[in-house]
Design a protein around this ligand. Structure first.
Ligand SMILES: [Zn+2]
Length: 875
């Protein structure tokens, strides 16, 4: 309320004359050790919109933590008055609602604007761009220079001042808390997003997070910008700014024009920075042109010119110093601090001098070291941003004409392409609900998805009515194809005898494999007789309750069943498995089963409850789950796991080092999850004088003892990825991690989809397809060794004996053939589950989610996870 009054007063006083950001916040933007917090940025943007007829303010929704996620639309007053008209022209440029007529096309070229999106500071410690946006908006709102006039006349500029407002607040508050204390350099101990931390820039095809969803809505359903710049920061000790183009390999699904304009527009930014006398501008380095999932990169597959800038980081808002390089002399021995990553340096003292000091085409004026501040970051970003806006204004008609050609060619190419449609059948899918999720994700990504009202044949195969169809004669066909086909990563070698360069990020995202859905790339177009209906919401699968009686049964297939099971458990139902992947429910109402059947497409059979109920060993309860959350900068795998479990209706409690050390865990929990993390980091954590005392250290040996006691009292310890090594090292379990000790030359997988064989008779394999796919990223794979007779060790999932790799790049495939991916060890008492692969990787791997869910359910059953088939040793 107070804020609203203050704002109203400010509007009255300042109407028509927008305050400068400096007047508004009381200090120069980006002055040393100052940050403008998100709420203040939002307030200023509202003020700008209220005081300028060049600026419009929009709230697109609330973030994960309930903060406003906003966008500004900035252009000339005349354009803003007719914004819907220009939006329609832009949508026609992207063939929305069909191809433009010749007259419409000519109108787009003649009067259409260049729609340009800039998104800022998705990685919250890379905070400069969110600060820069204040001065940028003030300048565009108030300046009457020829450059600004040209920009406003030709460009509709859509600005997202932060893609991660929650993180902006977390980082600002953390910085202010420590500023001027001995903990000035204390790294932020938790993720800078409520769930996913740095991985928020890996979500632009699954769209799990609200921020990704708002962005997808803005760019592929609303504005369709032709140019999109995402502003980041990088490490502190080399180049000052990276501009486009990025480096090899390229992706063959991207139209070559996109890569050309990456070069032209990126170089226009570099030229402006050179003209301003700035040092250390580099292109063609580090960031590869191949992968899906990052913000601006995802634009390429949508015929949008996606661009990246990465500016060298200060220590968030604190300045840093770097020793100067001495050309021709060997660098002095490294001393002082080491570099702690983007936007944060953990130790004191100057950084070692830069070593990349050879001038060359991509880097004609190398950075030689010196003083570097948040203000420097903002200055570089202001120059680079204004340069992009100005070049875009200069090239408005050319870019629109060429993007029109790219869109037209993309649609025309379907006539002669090898793939004419993507067909997603409903019949014969392991879990038809996942087919619906797959097309729903593509729809969020802007793809036109249809459902066939009648049966049809293509490529000699018959498909039933209800089959999903994605014709390739659509503007985002490149994206749809890239998302569902098998990825082949083109190896890059810098010399004939050089080893292949490791990919920058994951090399596989084949959506059908991740979700466990069979997808057909058809050579023939779907016949017109199939009568296609466009779908705009998540398609429902038919579900119902048949029969009568108070005992209900349904098949446990795929992850969505867990939501139904968790709701039933919450309502006090008795839920059991009477056979592998078969659920029996009693003590529940028919109406609740009917609504679950409808929502999740379950075929439920009701019968009289006269049969003997399944024994207690097959009856599950709502699991009490503890999720270990370390302080070492947070753990993204932990955040993703937490997010997945919340989405599927599990109750979980986050526990920290002191909770583990304190012990007595079995009273509170059935299962404890350790997400992917180096065991040494789990045990030791971070310990240094500059770290705040409450965040120092790990679980320690006392914590390991607590976990042993938890097992001895019948608890289930679930370890994922590298955390498996903690169990292997500290517990007498008969498992060896074969990944350990292998060099990068012998075995390396930066993110690959592998074939997986699952024991669906084992309770941890319930609901999973026997032959499916798992996501693997440099984590353990296992061999069984000698174990105790009192233990029962089961391989729940294994890699096949041949053809392990299904999609993407992996070095050393033969080492994984026939090896174990998921192992469950009944310790008698207690149970250890080792997930070598990532069962819930970035919330994308629906095909393997059920193994994690099953491990939680089975933790509520006393005795071995022997389920319906394995012999029980229990009395
Ligand atoms: Zn970044």
């Amino acid at each position: 309320m107070i804020r609203a009054c203050a704002l109203a007063a400010a509007l009255f006083v300042a109407a028509g004359s927008l305050q400068t950001p400096e007047q508004f916040v009381g200090h120069r933007v980006a002055a040393d050790n100052t940050l403008v917090r998100w709420d203040k940025i939002v307030e200023y943007m509202k003020l700008a919109a209220a005081n300028s007829d060049r600026v419009r303010y929009r709230e697109l929704g609330k973030t994960s933590s309930g903060n406003p996620f906003i966008a500004l639309e900035i252009s000339s007053p005349d354009t803003l008055k007719n914004l819907d008209h220009f939006k329609q022209l832009e949508r026609k440029l992207y063939f929305q609602g069909g191809a433009p007529t010749d007259a419409e096309r000519d109108a787009i070229f003649r009067e259409g604007k260049l729609v340009l999106l800039i998104t800022c500071s998705i990685h919250a410690t890379e905070i400069g761009a969110s600060q820069m946006s204040l001065e940028l908006v003030h300048r565009l709102a108030t300046e009457d220079s020829p450059a600004v006039k040209k920009i406003l006349d030709n460009v509709i500029f859509v600005l997202v001042p932060s893609l991660n407002p929650d993180g902006q607040i977390l980082v600002t508050d953390w910085f202010n808390r420590n500023n001027g204390t001995p903990y000035q350099n204390s790294p932020i101990p938790y993720l800078y997003h409520p769930y996913v931390g740095h991985d928020n820039n890996r979500d632009m095809y699954m769209f799990t997070q609200k921020e990704s969803q708002y962005t997808a809505q803005l760019i592929w359903h609303d504005w369709f910008p032709t140019v999109w710049l995402d502003e980041h920061q990088m490490g502190s000790n080399a180049a000052r700014i990276f501009v486009m183009p990025a480096t090899d390999p390229i992706n063959p699904n991207v139209h070559p024009l996109i890569y050309r304009w990456n070069g032209i527009l990126g170089q226009s930014q570099a030229a402006a920075l050179e003209a301003a006398g700035k040092e250390g501008i580099i292109y063609n380095s580090t960031y590869t042109n191949f992968w899906e999932g990052a913000m601006a990169w995802s634009g390429w597959f949508h015929n949008e010119i996606g661009l990246l800038t990465e500016v060298a980081s200060a220590n968030v808002a604190a300045p840093i110093d770097q020793n100067r390089a001495r050309p021709g002399q060997p660098p002095p021995p490294a001393q002082g601090r080491s570099e702690g990553g983007r936007g944060q340096n953990f130790a004191g003292g100057p950084l070692p001098a830069p070593t990349d000091i050879t001038p060359r085409t991509e880097y004609p004026r190398p950075w030689m070291g010196g003083h570097w501040t948040l203000r420097d970051i903002v200055d570089y970003e202001l120059i680079a941003t204004m340069a992009l806006l100005e070049t875009a204004a200069d090239r408005r008609e050319t870019i629109n004409r060429q993007i029109y050609e790219v869109n037209r060619q993309t649609i025309d190419a379907a006539k002669t392409a090898d793939v004419k449609a993507i067909v997603v059948p409903i019949e014969k899918q392991h879990d038809p609900r996942e087919a619906a999720h797959l097309v729903d994700r593509l729809h969020v990504g802007g793809v036109d998805v249809y459902r066939a009202d009648t049966a049809f044949d293509v490529d000699g195969t018959h498909y039933a009515a209800g089959t999903f169809v994605i014709p390739m004669n659509q503007v985002f066909a490149r994206y749809a194809k890239d998302m569902v086909e098998k990825q082949t990563y083109p190896e890059v070698r810098r010399g004939p005898n050089a080893p292949p360069e490791p990919p920058y990020d994951v090399t596989a995202w084949s959506l059908g494999m991740l979700l466990g859905v069979d997808v057909v790339l058809s050579k023939e177009a779907v016949p017109a007789s199939a009568k296609l209906t466009r779908i705009d919401t998540l398609p429902a699968m038919p579900g119902s309750v048949s029969g009568s009686g108070s005992r209900f049964a349904f098949d446990d297939k795929g992850p969505d069943t867990a939501i139904a099971i968790n709701r039933l458990l919450k309502d006090g139902a008795r839920v059991s498995f009477d056979a592998p992947s078969h659920v029996v429910v009693s003590n529940a109402s028919k109406s609740s089963l009917e609504s679950l059947a409808k929502e999740f497409g379950l075929q439920v059979t009701a019968s009289a409850d006269s049969r003997t109920p399944p024994p207690a060993m097959r009856t599950i309860k709502a699991p009490r789950v503890a999720m270990y959350q370390p302080w070492t900068g947070g753990n993204m795998d932990e955040g993703w796991t937490r997010w997945v479990l919340e989405q599927y209706g599990f109750n979980l409690t986050s526990i920290h080092n002191e909770d583990v050390r304190k012990g007595d865990l079995r009273k509170r929990f059935d299962a404890i999850i350790l997400a992917d993390q180096d065991p040494r980091a789990i045990v030791n954590g971070f310990d240094a004088p500059q770290i705040r005392p409450e965040y120092r250290g790990g679980i320690g040996d006392a914590g390991v003892d607590s976990l042993k006691a938890f097992l001895a009292q019948g608890g289930t310890l679930i370890t994922m990825g590298n955390a498996c090594d903690l169990a292997i090292e500290r517990l007498p379990i008969p498992v060896r991690d074969l990944k350990r000790g292998l060099t990068r030359d012998q075995h390396f997988a930066p993110g690959t989809i592998l074939r997986l064989e699952v024991d669906t008779q084992h309770p941890l394999g319930y609901g999973v397809a026997a032959d499916t796919y798992g996501f693997y990223i440099n984590s353990p794979f296992f061999q069984l060794v000698e174990g105790f007779n009192s233990q029962h060790t089961a391989v729940v999932a294994r890699y096949p004996n041949t053809d392990v790799v299904a999609s993407g790049w992996l070095k050393g495939e033969e080492l994984m053939a026939g090896r174990a991916a998921v192992v469950a060890i009944d310790m008698n008492p207690g149970r250890v589950v080792l997930f070598g692969l990532r069962p819930q990787h970035r919330a994308q791997t629906h095909a393997t989610f059920p193994m994690l869910f099953n491990a939680l359910y089975q933790s509520t059953i006393a005795g071995p996870a022997s389920g319906a088939t394995a012999p029980s040793t229990q009395p």
